[in-house]
Design a binder for this molecule. Sequence first.
Ligand code: GLN
Length: 467
Amino acid sequence: MNTILSYLDSDQGCRDTIDSILNAIRSDAHNAVVGTYDHLAAQLADYYDTTQSDRPFAGVPIAIKDNLCIQNELVTCGSQILSGYHSPYTATAIQKLLDAGFIPICRTNMDEFAMGSSNETSVYGPVKNPVNPTRVPGGSSGGSAAVVAANLVPAALGSDTGGSIRQPAAFCGIVGLKPTYGRVSRYGLVAFASSLDQIGPMTHTVSDAAALFSVIAGHDPSDATTIEKPVPKLTLNTEQSIQSLAGKRIGVPTALLSDSVIHPEIIQAIRNVLDQLENAGADIVDLDMQFFNEAVATYYILAPAEAASNLSRFDGVRYGYRNLQAQTMQAMMQTTREIGFGHEVKRRIMLGNYVLSSGYYDAYYGKAQIMRGELCQQYTKVFESVDAIISPTTPTTAFELGAHLDPLQMYLADIATIPVNLAGVPAISIPCGTDSQQLPIGLQITGNWFDEAGLLTVAHGIEGLLS
Ligand code: GLN
């Protein structure tokens, strides 16, 4: 397994490492990478080979989802409408990576504008799951999950609006963390649904996720939704993390252990974890949490509404693709959007504009906001009596490429991850075994607002119990 820590211990030259990864990327058959930062990566590698650096992660390669901006590099969000678009500035999270010594090496494939759960809506075509190439890797950060699972790089950044870090992490058998909303700056992350989007790490281990989290988190004057709270720097020790599980109150929403919602083999894997937690001295508390179905409906009103607004800027004038055949400005804008956006993105734009239109605003958008408030209150109440919540990350393991053609069916697959984004709490998916087809199963652990330290320690303890 290719971890950040193993790179720090390696005595191979940085340039050699970068060159061999770039070669491996060229011959990789998963379609996980849509471009490489050859020049930037080579320049940084040469620098770290010739300079004694005190940056903590000097020379460690990392993959970047194709919706994060790096100055002068392409960023296309898996969409034709951004083809050829070079970013004029660097995202705060990326700048923090660079300052810590990481080397961004490639752009990873994703669902178009991060809309999807299978990585099949990308203009570059679907990504194959490295565990089993007939399966999807999950989405929308499917490319980021696949490059880590295929051991091309030790870590990647993804973004999570309704599950897009955790669900692909679950499908590919890796770790994915969605931090608390407001923890990581969204400056330089191409917006999908601004009140839900968060950037987070995708890695092989909880320790690596914790290390990356500490690097990218923190207040940023360029993103007014980031919060001025100290960022925990964790030194995780497996023995201590396991010991700290004793006395922890772990809540389990019974609705997410029902076989009408979740596949029985996944329920079995979660129950196995709960047994081990109980043996380790944790208190398992059944939670009568409501609103999982309503959360999905709420999300699929709010997220498209925000997306419709955010994506209105792509009109052929300022970014990427422009239809040069059009005769008038109006026609240019219309046809640029018609040709440049894929089906799923257009569906969301139409849905979003519909729920925001004057006749329907109160009935849909207004109601959804009220529902979101109720959901937040429920989490506040739950965290009065538990330290963390455990559930499956997904109702099924990785499905066949092309299997989920009905969009509604695909939306319902987000049932366990979406409530977390609506409330803004942090959550992590870690591997917890495989099903009878050897496909990875993900365990989701949800923490209290800004308690990533507690969340990561519980996750690390469980990872220790399961290894
Ligand atoms: N699957 C969800 C959607 O399609 C979540 C996507 C995401 O988190 N970016 O909107």
